[in-house]
Design a protein around this ligand. Structure first.
Ligand code: COA
Length: 373
């Protein structure tokens, strides 16, 4: 069995930013337009008026202060409330491949490697912009990588499930290295007109380069152990798929975008994740007190505070459990990888840490890593 190392990470961050205040102003303008257009029906009690959103609520309920998006104008247009994504021809790179390549390139640069050193590409994300050919194969082609690529989707847990998949292939010897890339264009599957969730997502692409430890050029993280678990739930769901109805009819189908029962998710996922991490640590003989850092899925600050406290048995010290959701919002599978990428290089030799993602499925994935300098 080969030992596996994460030797590079990359984060592509879209340039455009939407603050809570900008988002709320657009939402409230949309709500006012809707209420004016439906004034008679609302007065007759046949249609429910849309209430205003609030920046204070968003910060208090989630900890999110802003989000990056690929197209700000479309999202903030009260008459549209959806990004403009120009249709691309088959000869142009897909949007997911385009941003995924940028994150992959950063991960390779950090590892001091080139495309010639990569044996496989796994594109692991919560939504794919087309059925096939796989986005991973397109990224493989754009980077001129030999070997193979495939897509996988485990919603918000896609990145950690992808890391386990790549790790197992490297361990067994079927490949020497892999890029696991997570282009998350969440703005395309969020209903920006739904007050309960219009604030939660942002766009980003992350990538992780994994290879045999003996091939590492620079300080790295040894993958000590991975664990994945799933348990069926309808509380986070998106029904959009190849059986969907036409675009016009979709306007009446709220279930064709991201849907969640946020309160239930909060309550049900917390015990699931805490027990998953505790079990993983126990089975690997790792004490919670040995963990120098937790890089958790970035959906909600209160949720992460709870998990951090449950895992460590005390309030995490500042920096022990870095959050990035105040700047990026929920970026689905990419969140824990952004936290890891931006808050890990300072760790000392032999320091242990845990990457953990969770979300729809339900799904939970955890990766125990050890710093090697
Ligand atoms: N602005 C102002 N008020 C709002 C609002 C908004 N944008 N959205 C909801 N509210 C109101 C609700 O109407 C409700 O009012 P009421 O008490 O009068 O009925 C109140 O605020 C509480 O709403 P609720 O939806 O219960 O809020 P919450 O505290 O559960 O927070 C989430 C909402 C989504 C932030 C939170 O449930 C969460 O993060 N859950 C976990 C989500 C998760 O991990 N999902 C995984 C996705 S990958």
């Amino acid at each position: 069995m080969h030992k596996v190392a994460i030797t590079g990470t990359g984060v592509f961050t879209p340039a455009e930013v939407i603050s809570n205040d900008e988002l709320v102003a657009a939402f409230n303008a949309y709500a006012d337009l809707y209420n004016a257009e439906n004034a008679a029906e609302i007065a007759a009690g046949r249609v429910e008026a849309k209430a205003h959103s609030s920046s204070d609520f968003i910060v208090a309920a989630s900890g999110i202060q802003q989000r990056h998006v690929l197209d700000k104008a479309g999202v903030l247009d009260p008459k549209r409330m959806f990004p403009h994504f120009a249709e691309r021809t088959d000869d142009q790179p897909s949007l997911m491949a385009e941003i995924g390549v940028k994150a992959c390139q950063q991960a390779l640069d950090m590892a001091g490697k080139t495309a010639a050193d990569v044996d496989a590409v796994i594109c692991a994300a919560s939504n794919m912009e087309r059925a096939y050919p796989a986005i991973a194969v397109e990224i493989q082609n754009l980077l001129r990588i030999k070997g193979f690529g495939f897509d996988m989707n485990v919603a918000c847990s896609s990145a950690t499930f992808g890391i386990q998949t790549a790790t197992d292939m490297i361990k067994s010897g079927s490949i020497r290295s892999a890029l696991v890339v997570n282009p998350e264009i969440t703005s395309g599957h969020l209903e920006w007109r739904d007050r309960d969730c219009h604030f939660i997502f942002g766009d980003v692409a992350t990538a992780v380069f994994l290879e045999r430890e003996e091939d590492a050029n620079a300080p790295y993280f040894r993958v000590k152990s991975t664990r994945c678990a799933t348990e069926f739930s309808n509380n986070i769901r998106n029904n959009n798929g190849f059986l969907r109805r036409t675009r016009d009819q979709m306007d009446d189908r709220r279930d064709m975008q991201f849907m969640q029962n946020g309160r239930k998710v909060f309550k049900e996922v917390l015990p699931l994740v805490s027990a998953h991490i505790a079990g993983h640590l126990t089975d690997e003989g790792v004490q919670a007190s040995d963990l120098k850092r937790l890089w958790l899925h970035q959906a909600n600050k209160a949720m992460n505070d709870y998990i951090g406290k449950k895992v460590l048995g005390r309030d995490p010290e500042p920096g022990e459990q870095p959050n990035i959701l105040q700047d990026y919002a929920n970026t689905s599978s990419a969140g824990s990888i952004i936290a890891f990428s931006k808050n890990s290089n300072d760790l000392a030799d032999k320091a242990l840490g845990l990457i953990c993602s969770f979300g729809a499925g339900y799904s939970v994935g955890s990766v125990i890593v050890e710093r090697v300098i």
